[in-house]
Design a protein around this ligand. Structure first.
Ligand code: CA
Length: 407
């Protein structure tokens, strides 16, 4: 097995749901280099008998495994690590499948999807564009992780292309509104947090227990129609602008794999209310990149380089805030971080910011420019943690923009 420059070494072991191209039902696997270890086969051979309920990996979603919690996840990781370290011979006969011979699916059945707005730089950039520098951040932003309940049914796996939506907009800000294809289609670079065990209705998750409820992270592209959003969002927030597609990467990187990449951050100021306070060492040092390739480009160009450590609100704070009312999270629920933008213009996580609302069109290497996405553009998000001599990678989530239905 190749070991150099792999995003998926033994230190990673992310989970996903796949089906063999040769045939067979979707089931759970773990990625190791350019292979998928079929955990349904490993389980059928009895390797998890002491640790996991029967059949937990012979399912088309990770929800049942997610629900088990960290002790079970740690036990499974231990078994998988020992098997892979012991070498491949014990795993022959169909347990290891080349990555090119499988089709990836959504990792979980997502009951609910909530999208946050946790990057201060992103919130300030958008606020400055639409409200001016004096009102860049609304008064609530520094006190709570702002979010809205998003749409789970249109969360799609990597590789499924995205139709440009049609909708209602108010061109040039003057009535009457018109109907047609969005002319301001954008991507948003985010991370997705998959919930493990949930909480009963009425019982908030205290912040010091929030990490017990996080199964792992994926890359997330929250496709956005800015022109539709601008007209529809007052007073209840985005609706058609966001509900047509959200793409996620297929491999869920676990918190156990991310643990070495925790970094401290400056204390939040002003200090949040007590239910949102926790030791601030849960920023994650995840390098993130966005590539764009138009139909006229021979190769993709990197248009954004940033890092997840720029997020102001942590996943633990998102969970504590989400459930403080007693709202119940369930295994497989997905939380988006919101667009992750860094401090420099090349680290902004959306075209809206990279091209600054059209004032600074983005230059592509072949001479084309972009303010928003064109049909045929392919957007790819990628991410990784850099260890000493190894990487814990997220793989990528890539999709192409297709013309609206009906041409
Ligand atoms: Ca978003």
């Amino acid at each position: 097995m190749p070991s150099s420059h792999s995003s998926f070494p033994l230190q990673n072991l992310p989970y996903g749901v796949f089906s063999p191209r040769a045939g067979g039902a979707p089931r759970v696997g773990v990625r190791i280099h350019d292979w998928v270890l079929d955990l349904s086969v490993v389980q059928a051979r009895g390797f998890f008998d002491d640790h996991l309920p029967e059949g937990v990996f012979a399912q088309p979603a990770l929800n049942a495994f997610m629900a088990l919690g960290r002790p079970a996840w740690r036990a499974a990781r231990g078994v998988i690590t020992r098997l892979l370290e012991a070498g491949i011979p014990r795993l022959r006969d169909g347990a290891l499948i080349p990555i090119d011979d499988v089709r990836m699916h959504l990792p979980a059945q997502i009951g609910d999807f909530t999208d946050f707005y946790a990057s201060r730089q992103h919130a300030a950039n958008v606020g400055r564009m639409f409200r001016g520098a004096d009102n860049a951040l609304l008064p609530n932003w520094m006190h709570l992780p702002v979010a809205y309940h998003a749409r789970a049914s249109s969360v799609i796996p990597a590789g499924v292309d995205v139709r440009r939506p049609r909708g209602q907009t108010l061109p040039d800000g003057a009535p009457p509104p018109v109907f047609g294809p969005s002319r301001q289609l954008d991507f948003e670079l985010e991370l997705g947090v998959f919930i493990g065990p949930g909480n009963p209705l009425g019982q908030p998750i205290p912040i010091h227990k929030a990490h017990e409820h996080i199964f792992g992270l994926v890359l997330l592209n929250d496709w956005s129609a800015r022109d539709i959003q601008k007209w529809e969002y007052r007073p209840l927030g985005p609706f058609n602008a966001k509900n047509f597609a959200t793409s996620i990467s297929p491999w869920v990187v676990t918190l156990d794999a991310l643990e070495p990449f925790r970094v401290p951050a400056p204390p939040q100021s002003p200090a949040p209310l007590p239910y949102l306070q926790h030791p601030d060492d849960w920023r994650l040092d995840i390098h993130l990149e966005v590539r764009l390739q138009s139909e006229g480009m021979a190769a993709p160009a990197v248009i954004c380089r940033t890092n997840a450590r720029h997020l102001y609100w942590t996943a633990a704070q998102m969970i504590a805030h989400h459930t403080i009312t007693g709202c119940n999270l369930r295994p497989g629920d997905l939380l988006g971080t919101g667009t992750i933008s860094g401090p420099t213009p090349d680290s902004y996580g959306s075209l809206l910011e990279l091209a600054w609302r059209g004032e600074k069109p983005l230059q592509l290497p072949n001479g084309e420019t972009r303010i928003f996405l064109h049909d045929g553009d392919r957007v790819t998000l990628t991410g990784w943690c850099q260890g000493e001599g190894y990487r814990v990678g997220f793989g990528e989530v890539s999709a192409k923009v297709l013309p609206p239905w009906g041409g």
